[in-house]
Ligand binder design. Structure first.
Ligand code: HH2
Length: 272
């Protein structure tokens, strides 16, 4: 299987399809499988090279859902699109990943970086799937209470380096893995922006970087609304372009067409 950076060359846009009632910016919009399928197809038509399907919200303050509930949400969607479109499954659970991969998903996106379910790494290795390992400080219920770092870029890099070594030792080839700083997962707005500014520290790990800044609250707060729980499309696009300029490869976004257009322009400027 080809390396993840060859399969999804930068700047690659990953469209987000949350099949949840409670996601922070699009909760409830895609709970109906037909609506989720239509959105996924539109995202690919608009230029997304991946659609990230998730059945569990990880927004700040959220509780988890059971395996059965998560399967009930995502399977009807995956049955329709996973053989047809390039699908990423956003899950922390081995049983959900296994079913998604059987149905044709190509990437497992685990926001716990293989810490939640000891069986998940084996599922990824056995299926020859791609893998995204994300950094999170704490757990969604409490992660935004008081995030603290001595050096956020160095600590996130050390964590991702350790999780990368773990995944490789457990049989997932390094060239199938990408890394994600986990914007908003146990981080203040200042931490999030510093991570992008110092993305070279993460790039030194030698793996492609995926970033999901889309609509996150730091964007609304930097734009002046101190109580914001989301950011605008324009703010999201600016963040994605800045991430790409600093070296990120895959941008995880809600508003695909706007990001594809902006990133095409950024690429034309950056790449002769
Ligand atoms: N962010 C969210 C969920 N999954 N996966 C990766 N790799 N990186 C991210 O930054 C990331 C992620 C949260 O955003 P969203 O899916 O829009 O909301 P919710 O978790 O509330 O469903």
């Amino acid at each position: 299987m080809i390396a993840i950076e060859e399969r999804f060359p930068a700047p690659a846009v990953m469209g987000i399809v949350n099949v949840t009632p409670d996601s922070f910016s699009d909760g409830g919009v895609h709970l109906d499988p037909d609506a989720a399928v239509a959105t996924a197809r539109r995202m690919v038509a608009d230029g997304a090279v991946l659609v990230d399907v998730g059945g569990e919200s990880t927004r700040p303050g959220s509780d988890g859902v059971s395996v059965d509930e998560e399967l009930r949400r995502v399977v009807p969607v995956l049955e329709q699109i996973a053989g047809e479109l390039p699908v990423s499954i956003d899950t922390t659970k081995a049983a959900v990943a296994r079913r998604a991969l059987e149905l044709g998903a190509v990437i497992v996106n685990d926001v716990t970086a293989l810490r939640a379910d000891p069986e998940l790494v084996g599922v990824v290795a056995d299926a020859d799937a791609y893998l995204c390992l994300m950094h999170m400080q704490g757990a969604p219920r409490t992660m935004q209470d008081a995030p603290r770092y001595a050096d956020v870029a160095a600590e996130v890099a050390a964590f991702l380096e350790e999780r990368l070594a773990f995944a490789v030792a457990q049989g997932v080839p390094e060239e199938r893995i990408c890394l994600d700083p986990g914007i908003g997962f146990g981080k203040t707005a200042a931490h999030n922006f510093e991570l992008v500014r110092r993305l070279d520290v993460l790039l030194a790990l030698g793996r492609p970087i995926l970033i999901g800044f889309s609509r996150k609250r730091s964007l609304g707060r930097i734009a002046g609304d101190l109580e914001a729980t989301t950011g605008s499309v324009a703010a999201s696009v600016a963040a994605a372009v800045a991430c790409y300029e600093r070296g990120a490869s895959i941008l995880r976004v809600h508003d695909v067409r706007e990001h594809v257009e902006a990133l095409a322009v950024a690429r034309a400027v950056l790449v002769p």
